[in-house]
Design a binder for this molecule. Structure first.
Ligand SMILES: Nc1ncnc2c1ncn2[C@@H]1O[C@H](COP(=O)(O)OP(=O)(O)O)[C@@H](O)[C@H]1O
Ligand SMILES: [Mg+2]
Length: 324
């Protein structure tokens, strides 16, 4: 994922049919970006000092775009939101996160921030932070929902930080299988893996690689019509329990297929499990698979996030690397 400035990074359709897109900013966008920053920050309630963003001018915004990166969100062709990133004292920071008042409450900021975090992860960044004004606990709570936690104080701000997922570029189905095989090397009995991604993203293909790496009886195919399939080990090692939660609406329905009974002795992988399967275990490996917006490009990006003490980011990064 190289920074080809004019290229859209992601697109999503809003419920009313309008299209939300995100692309990096170029210096040619400086004036529009400045207008947006002023409009977005002027609309905030004033407490204490004037927000620093209101002192931005064309030269400073242009410099920020040149030395860091700006990301712009559009609704159809109208600029709606912006995030800037910059490296400050060794840390990658988000700043100037703003959405025009008329475009708030439509998911623009969430989509924009998720795209920016994935883009930073794909560029190899491991952590990201930002400053949140202490006077706005609701803003801290919003960042909390995006995985950020307080990590210190800086003046009238809380430093909020999070680690980024391990990102892996996967050019084709064979590469997806070998990623699965490498990941199997760090999986052990009791592990829960939740795989997310659109239909055809490659969840089952990745699981085939995991099954091969674990050395379980195959074939690993989509468990859509059976909900769950148990692949016993061919030699030593855990079984693979492969679950498809697509038709399951809730954790209660997932509990009906009684995965707890096999959880301790198996690696349990749940496709479409986000929002449904987290309750199965305290710790889990989240695997998000994304395809780009060009339908002719088979490249997938896989994002690995270990949740809980079981997982170390370094171990996942090592497993994700080829020739690991
Ligand atoms: N980079 C890639 N990674 C994974 N699958 C790919 C890739 N490029 C093409 N494909 C194809 O896309 C399809 C993915 O299907 P599948 O793994 O069943 O997806 P899911 O389980 O997420 O619905 C397969 O036909 C696979 O061959
Ligand atoms: Mg599948």
């Amino acid at each position: 994922m190289t920074l080809d400035a004019a290229r859209e990074l992601a697109a999503a359709e809003l419920p009313d049919g309008r299209v939300l897109t995100v692309r990096p900013a170029t210096v040619a966008d400086a004036e529009a970006a400045l207008d947006l920053i002023h409009a977005a920050f002027r609309a905030r309630p004033v407490v204490g000092d004037r927000p620093e963003a209101l002192t931005d001018d064309l030269a400073s915004v242009r410099a920020r775009i040149e030395h860091g990166t700006g990301y712009l969100a559009f609704i159809d062709d109208t600029l709606a939101g912006l995030v800037m990133t910059a490296r400050q004292s060794g840390a990658m920071r988000l700043g100037r996160v703003g959405v025009l008042p008329e475009f708030r409450e439509q998911g623009v900021a969430s989509f924009l921030v998720e795209v920016v975090l994935e883009h930073l992860a794909a560029a190899g960044e491991e952590r990201v932070q930002l400053l949140a004004r202490k006077e706005f606990p609701q803003i801290q709570a919003w960042w909390g929902r995006h995985g950020f936690a307080p990590a210190g104080d800086e003046g009238n701000c809380v430093v909020m930080a999070r680690s980024l997922p391990v990102a892996v570029e996967v050019p084709d189905a064979a590469a997806m299988r070998s990623l699965g095989t490498r990941l199997a090397g760090v999986l052990r009995a009791g592990d829960l893996v939740i795989a997310t991604g659109d239909l055809g993203a490659g969840k089952t293909t990745l699981t085939q690689g995991i099954g091969a790496g674990l050395g379980v009886a195959g074939p690993v195919i989509s468990p859509t019509f059976v909900l769950s399939r148990v692949h016993p080990p061919l030699a030593d090692g855990p079984a693979l329990v492969h679950v498809d939660a697509y038709r399951l609406g809730s954790f209660a329905e997932l509990e009906d297929i009684d995965l707890e009974a096999s959880l301790d002795a198996s690696v349990t992988l749940v496709e479409w499990g986000a929002g449904v399967a987290e309750g199965l275990a305290d710790d889990r490996l989240d695997i998000d698979i994304r395809r780009g917006i060009d339908p002719d490009d088979d490249t997938r990006w896989v994002f690995l996030t270990g949740v809980g003490e079981r997982w170390s980011r370094d171990e996942l990064a090592a497993a994700a690397k080829e020739d690991a």
